[in-house]
Design a protein around this ligand. Structure first.
Ligand SMILES: [Ca+2]
Length: 218
């Protein structure tokens, strides 16, 4: 029987466990690595175990690490203030002309999306609403989380629906249970709508990447 200990920055180290002493060393090493916060994963073979670095993360806003896009851009002179990335610039200033809010054109079913670039377990999403006007525009927006780009991601599972957010306020919407995905959409269904978001924050922890099933951390 052979145990394989892998680390993403180190070569694979075969450990011969043919005798009891070597087996005990391997078990001790695995236990120590688990204590250090590494993830133990099994491969398809019962004879191999993979150990991957996995830090025990606390929740944080992961949206700022992502890449944002939206269904349209306000036309005319306001366009430079309206880009999708303004909702993940880490700035909750809510006066539109400060240049840290998004703004679609007037259209049917506008949407905004952030690709988090990896999968996370997301517990809540916070939205900062525009302060200087038009606070009611956000009413009815749907927060959707998942991995599919079908319908631009707007058909992914629903986390929450925005009732209303007072002008300039940041309001947090908790999914009924944590949701896994790399895409977070804010979708505003309806005829001739405008979607403006001054900041979107997704509170989440990363999902460990394992080739097999993970026994510690998932
Ligand atoms: Ca912002």
């Amino acid at each position: 029987m052979q145990w394989m200990i892998r680390h993403k920055t180190r070569p694979t180290l075969p450990v011969n466990t043919d005798c009891l002493a070597d087996r005990m060393k391997a078990v001790t090493a695995i236990s120590l690595l688990q204590i250090l916060g590494l993830t133990l994963c099994s491969t398809d073979s019962d004879d191999k175990v993979e150990i991957r670095a996995h830090h025990h993360h606390t929740e944080e806003n992961v949206a700022i690490y992502g890449k944002a896009t939206q269904s349209s851009l306000l036309h005319g002179g306001g366009a430079p203030y309206s880009h999708a990335s303004n909702a993940i610039d880490g700035n909750t200033e809510a006066t539109f002309h400060m240049g840290t809010c998004t703004h679609t054109d007037t259209q049917n079913n506008p949407w905004w999306r952030v690709d988090l670039l990896r999968r996370y377990r997301i517990t809540s999403v916070s939205i900062t609403n525009r302060k200087d006007c038009c606070a009611e525009r956000i009413n009815g927006a749907q927060i959707r989380i998942g991995d599919s780009l079908d319908n631009n991601g707007n058909s992914n599972p629903l986390c929450a629906v925005v009732g209303s957010i007072p002008a300039g306020w940041t309001q947090t919407f908790h999914c009924s249970s944590p949701m896994v995905g790399r895409l977070v959409n804010v979708f505003l269904p309806g005829y001739q709508k405008v979607l403006t978001l001054c900041e979107v924050q997704a509170s989440a922890v990363p999902i460990p990447v394992c080739s097999g099933s993970c026994h510690n951390g998932r």
